[in-house]
Design a protein around this ligand. Structure first.
Ligand SMILES: Cc1cc2nc3c(=O)[nH]c(=O)nc-3n(C[C@H](O)[C@H](O)[C@H](O)COP(=O)(O)O)c2cc1C
Length: 478
């Protein structure tokens, strides 16, 4: 692991001048969230709030661990100036080498330094922030890792889900029905009316949080991928009230049970598409069974909203690599997939060696068959760098035919209810639509019909290109 926990990572960020410790007292009620949000919008540093109103010294809140590409590059052991293409590639390559986790004795696990059980359990001991105005409550779980297990196959799943505090030992969660977390709950626990043990982990190593956002296939264990990505085994330790294994270096671990027969109000929340999620809805009630935490615990938070923030940067990486693999598995001539953070996973760019309507429809078919629905897809040809939105938008504007180049598909019961442009009826029925914009040249056009692109690499011959490149510094450029 380049960094075994958030503390090590923060030290490294500090050396790079990319961590701001805020020692002025701030209010957990809205102020922390508002500062975090403005800081994202100003492309500011990672934040550590060290003086929280109503809380003793040592109880801190962080914001923005993975809120920029340089921070994600560092977490993966790359130089801070690594390009997004390099970050994607490294993630993809390292995902191929899984390393099984190591199990620690409880007494050597930092997350067991303090243990609250029974009547001592009190979620309000931590400065969970009221992040946005209009949120339904104080969200303790935002930049978290949520762990649960399939009791039949013993498969452990990690995900990232929001969790809101109700009182000192009750929370609500809002897992979308398409998530693996919801699937395990629905298939293994609900039919038997049994509570599902879960662990809400705050402040593990930065790579493990990235992995929690990844759409990893069923029966695959995120802890092993996390080890592979970080280049070292993730250290896990057993929970106090269940047999779930949690990252031993975590700051705070909330052990709980999802109730099969209880719902409670959840939300609204300033959600990842960059809008407040409708009104209060029914969340699943979760009873806390134990809390363990390090001395001077750091509560990892994200002030979720419009880009850029940790959510859209992390999802850009983890979703794109999984989509590229999926498209290639279908035999499609895909060169690269980019999920621009600005599009909050609603916009996907797909590069292909050869395009046209047949390929476009097959690419759309793939996206419509995915578990997590995406919305708009731009397909570009080999003359466009998928990571360069200037080139992508240029192709979208000039090559995509507004009639022939657009294909779409409606579906019911599977749409993402947080998609802002769906009306209330569509959200309730999970009725959605996905579209692909084919910005590739029709394969049946002969060479003469395809215009020469008036850019350095397109309109100038090899010889003059080389001459200009060779003399670039001589012309006076730096
Ligand atoms: C900051 C953040 C918060 C998220 N909150 C939720 C949530 O509350 N409910 C949900 O269904 N998905 C949420 N997601 C998306 C899931 O984490 C993501 O789909 C993940 O792949 C789910 O993993 P799983 O299907 O293996 O359980 C969130 C993602 C991020 C980055």
């Amino acid at each position: 692991m380049p960094y075994k926990d958030h503390r090590e990572f923060f030290k490294a960020l500090e050396k790079e001048g990319d961590l701001l410790r805020i020692s002025k007292q701030v209010d957990w009620d809205i102020e922390v969230g508002a500062i975090g949000r403005r800081n994202y919008e100003q492309y500011g540093p990672c934040l550590l709030f060290e003086n929280i109103k109503d809380y003793p010294k040592g109880y801190t809140i962080s914001n923005g661990t993975s809120g920029t590409w340089p921070r994600v590059a560092m977490a993966l052991g790359l130089p801070r100036n690594a390009s997004v293409r390099e970050i994607y590639r490294t993630y993809d390559v390292k995902l191929g080498s899984k390393i099984p986790p190591t199990i620690l004795e409880k007494r050597s696990a930092p997350c067991k330094q303090n243990i609250m059980m029974g009547d001592d359990i009190n979620l309000n001991k931590f400065p969970a922030p009221m992040i946005h105005e209009g949120d339904g409550g104080r969200y303790i779980g935002t930049w978290d890792i949520i762990i649960c297990k399939d009791p039949v196959t013993n498969w452990t799943n990690w995900g990232m889900y929001r969790f809101m505090i109700h009182n000192k030992n009750w929370l609500t969660g809002w897992p979308q029905t398409t998530s693996q977390f919801a699937k395990i709950f629905k298939e293994r626990y609900l039919p038997q009316n049994k509570p599902m043990p879960v662990a809400i982990v705050l402040g593990a190593d930065p790579v493990s949080h990235l992995m929690a956002t990844a759409p990893i296939p069923l029966q695959e264990n995120e802890a092993e991928f996390s080890g592979g990505l970080g280049g070292a085994s993730v250290e896990l330790v057993k929970c106090e009230t269940s047999d779930l294994m949690v990252p031993a270096n975590a700051e705070i671990v909330i052990e709980a049970e999802m109730q099969p027969d209880k719902v409670a109000p959840d939300g609204p929340f300033g959600e990842y598409p960059g809008f407040r999620s409708g009104t209060m809805c029914e969340g699943i009630a979760v009873k806390v069974t134990a809390i363990t935490h390090r001395n001077d615990p750091i509560l990892t938070m994200i002030a979720l909203g419009t880009p850029p923030d940790d959510s859209n940067i992390a999802a850009s990486l983890t979703a794109a690599v999984s989509m590229k693999k999926g498209l290639l598995r279908r035999g499609l001539p895909v060169t690269d997939v980019y999920v621009p953070p600005e599009g909050v996973t609603h916009l996907i760019v797909v590069g292909v060696e050869e395009g046209g309507p047949e390929i476009a429809k097959k690419v759309l078919e793939y996206f419509c068959a995915r578990r997590v629905m995406t919305n708009k897809h731009i397909m570009v040809g080999p003359d466009v760098d998928v990571f360069n939105m200037n080139e992508v938008l240029h192709a979208f504007a000039t090559v995509c035919h507004p009639g022939r180049g657009i294909h779409y598909e409606w579906y019911e019961g599977r749409a993402n209810s947080l998609t802002p442009m769906y009306n209330l009826k569509e959200r309730a029925a999970l009725k959605g639509c996905s579209v692909i914009f084919d910005a590739t040249w029709p394969p049946d056009w002969n060479k003469e019909l395809v215009p020469i692109k008036s850019c350095f690499k397109g309109i100038y011959g090899q010889q003059i290109q080389q001459k200009v490149l060779d003399n670039w510094k001589n012309y006076g450029f730096k």
